[in-house]
Design a protein around this ligand. Structure first.
Ligand SMILES: NC(=O)c1ccc[n+]([C@@H]2O[C@H](COP(=O)([O-])OP(=O)(O)OC[C@H]3O[C@@H](n4cnc5c(N)ncnc54)[C@H](O)[C@@H]3O)[C@@H](O)[C@H]2O)c1
Length: 247
């Protein structure tokens, strides 16, 4: 019999959105299995409500081990992700494969291996991006392609798991203040001959709300999509862009 204690697997939990999601879930009384490749940073975790699982999610064998440990869970948040800034004409096969493996393949197979075993009433949230919808991603083309793939993966598993029912939704953040965002700004600014601060200001000017979001704000949307407050939502891709993207 399933226990009444709700339990979540959060990937990418050592940093940024994954970490903020772990913290929000613990605050909501959910027990978290925090997964990341960065075991050192996972050591710095809340003292209760959280176990860690160090895994390279690009490795199929390590994903299988994680799935085997996923008994009696309610939620899965796929927040682990990789971004490389590189002009589209210089992208190599290795760049393409590395990004797709972490950002798309791992998400697909974690949904496949863990999704059907989540407790009925459970939910999955996959981290896509506004890059899946905007045509301004020439410097991060494999990343944008992987995030577009996540939208399709989300719809497919939403149908596949609806009978259980386990709901599957994606979110499409624009600018969230994390280390990935800093790496993006540094990489693109270098290419464009401006400073990261100048590029940051330019990008935020285009956002109707005029700012980026905190990782904690993003975790709030993720919690909404996991919780019963969104019990009638599945297969959706929710923009989280301060109004920049509206379709
Ligand atoms: N920050 C943003 O503005 C933004 C915007 C849109 C989408 N996203 C997406 O949100 C998610 C979280 O991004 P973030 O900004 O918090 O990034 P981040 O770089 O701060 O955190 C990503 C985490 O994923 C982990 N990770 C990377 N490769 C891994 C692997 N092979 N196995 C296990 N863990 C691995 C990293 O160690 C890191 O802890 C990503 O999927 C990202 O693409 C972020």
């Amino acid at each position: 019999m399933a226990s009444t204690q709700r339990k979540a697997i959060v990937t990418g939990a050592a940093s940024g959105i994954g970490r903020a999601t772990m913290e929000r879930l613990i605050a909501e009384g959910v027990e978290v299995l925090a997964v990341d490749i960065d075991g050192e940073r996972l050591k710095n975790r809340p003292s209760s409500g959280c176990e860690v699982f160090v895994a390279d999610l690009a490795d199929p064998a390590q994903r299988v081990k994680l799935a085997a440990a996923a008994n009696d869970f309610d939620y899965l948040v796929n927040a682990a992700g990789l971004l490389r800034v590189k002009p589209i004409l210089e992208v190599t096969v290795e760049d393409w494969r590395t990004i797709q493996t972490v950002n798309a393949e791992a998400v697909f197979f974690l949904c496949q291996q863990i999704g059907p075993r989540l407790n009925p009433g459970g939910a999955i949230v996959n981290l896509s991006s506004s890059a899946a919808k905007l045509a301004t991603s020439v410097d991060v083309a494999p990343y944008a392609a992987s995030k577009t793939t996540i939208l399709s993966i989300t719809r497919s598993f939403a149908y596949a798991l609806a009978d259980r029912p386990v709901r599957v939704n994606a979110i499409c953040p624009g600018i969230v203040e994390t280390e990935m965002q800093e790496r993006f700004l540094e990489g693109v600014a270098r290419r464009r001959g401006v400073t990261a601060a100048e590029l940051d200001a330019q990008r935020k000017k285009a956002v109707p709300l005029g700012r980026g979001a905190s990782a904690a704000e993003c975790a709030g949307l993720i919690w909404f999509l996991l919780s019963d407050e969104s019990a009638y939502m599945t297969g959706q891709a929710i923009n989280f862009t301060g109004g920049l993207v509206n379709w």
